[in-house]
Design a protein. Structure first.
Length: 237
């Protein structure tokens, strides 16, 4: 512009005019770039806020579940405590009842009102004597049929149609088992079994049936043999 003989004032005006056009052309580009940067930053901040919101929601859910679990645990502890209290109360009642029964049995035993065979007598082999021989019932596994097994067979017959009562007493050094039965039609039957402790010639201690009475009639030896054969089939079955 100096070569074209422009004055300083003309050159300044021309430069000012062209510079203003250039600035106006650059401002939209800068605004677009700034807008794009702002939108990207906003998206990043929005993503961070969304993640934080999800974390807070999860924490709230976890806290709610934890409170629910704590309530359930508290209820279970309360139920267990109540159940244990009821159990201990029941045990205390049973202990008192057992103590009362023991005192009653002890008192009656001392006064002679109650008696019961010893365990050895009940569990020894049950036999009958026939022609000088002792006949018993041998079960599987070399086990033997005892007076206890006999009583259990009798009591097992107890049902809706049959009532069975058993009692023991000691008489003349022997043990007497009294069995009373009654069916649904009112028919009664009384069985008296008299047994004693016996040591066989082979030095075995057994429980010998010396008398079996049914409704006032003593059972013959033949009936006792038949009874033991039936017991053998039942015991081995």
């Amino acid at each position: 512009m100096f070569n074209d003989n422009w004055s300083t004032e003309q050159i300044e005006r021309e430069l000012a005019l062209k510079f203003s056009i250039l600035m106006s052309d650059q401002q939209p580009d800068q605004s677009f770039e700034q807008s794009a940067e702002s939108e990207g930053l906003a998206r990043e901040i929005g993503g961070v806020l969304s993640k934080m919101s999800d974390v807070l929601d999860n924490q709230s859910l976890f806290r709610s579940e934890i409170r629910s679990l704590r309530d359930e645990v508290a209820d279970l502890r309360k139920e267990r405590s109540e159940s244990e209290k009821k159990h201990f109360d029941s045990v205390d009642v049973l202990k008192r009842e057992i103590g009362d029964l023991r005192r009653q049995v002890s008192a009656k035993s001392k006064s002679g009102e109650i008696d019961f065979p010893p365990a050895e007598f009940l569990t020894s082999p049950l036999v009958i004597s026939s022609d000088g021989e002792y006949l018993g019932v041998q079960g599987k596994g070399r086990s033997h049929f005892s007076l206890k097994d006999f009583v259990q067979l009798i009591e097992r017959k107890m049902s809706d149609s049959m009532a069975v009562e058993t009692s023991w007493k000691r008489q003349n050094g022997h043990w007497v088992l009294v069995i009373g039965t009654e069916d649904s039609n009112g028919r009664e039957q009384n069985i008296v079994l008299v047994a004693k402790k016996t040591v066989t010639p082979s030095k075995n201690t057994v429980t010998e049936i010396i008398r079996l009475n049914i409704d006032g009639n003593d059972a013959p030896d033949a009936l006792l043999l038949t009874l033991f054969r039936q017991l053998r089939s039942v015991f081995n079955g």
